[in-house]
Design a protein around this ligand. Sequence first.
Ligand code: SF4
Length: 283
Amino acid sequence: MIKKKYIYLCAINNIESGTCNEDCKFCTQSTKHKAIILRYKRKNIQDIVDEAKMAKKNKAIGYCLVTAGLGLTDDRLEFVTQAAYAIKKEVSDINLIACNGIASIEQLKELKKAGISRYNHNLETSQSFYKDVCTTHLWEDRYLTCQNVHSAGLGLVCGGILGMGESNMDRISMFNSIASLNPKTVPLNFFHPNEALPMVHNTLNIHIAFDLIKKAKQIINPEKLMVAGGREITFKNYEYDIFKYGANSIVIGDYLTTSGNKATKDIKELEKLGFEISTSCDK
Ligand code: SF4
């Protein structure tokens, strides 16, 4: 009997958007770049719960609460935990992930108490290229937060962005650094250009992009290799070929500040291609 290939779907929700004072050159949420995006401090908790219900309806097994900003503050931690408690009360069987930047072990333990099972913190690029994309904090701070995630007993989700002008050596170096952190899920983002950003072009072509998925699979080999932001614009009509190169997970619905495919389109295409959409994180 042919074993079906499972695809894992995950939805992300920008519960605080565009308020970050850091200067990451790839990020429209930085206040330094004046990109035209929605900016708000706190999304209404009931809206976050309702969107979790919608994510579940769209077959997402993970739901990620993302905040803009360098890291967790007391206020932000309270907001994220409130949102997590509210979702847990009304939505069963959805894994909660938080993505709130730099965090200490104590803060991460608070998230765990509120029902968060995984924490997403990306290295973004290689240690040596990081100073070319951000001058307001260090790559090493990112790496430390990823280690804190393990210390707090949460599952680590850690990936990066490709196509920002980094060299091939930088890409391999980033994959090796991610592998050293042993994450459960690795989201690969493909840079989505925006004219307000200091870096205007994506430096990849589709062949290199496919090859990078393959290399990430070889070097990191995580349980879940996710193609996240930039899937549609990078792979266009070949977007479902990512699964031939080792990906087994995608973001369903919209991204943080850009639109994604309609969830119904992705689900229909995946089923047409004979994939099984996973109903459990462990399957
Ligand atoms: S710290 Fe995060 S939210 Fe802030 S500019 Fe950098 S990537 Fe964007």
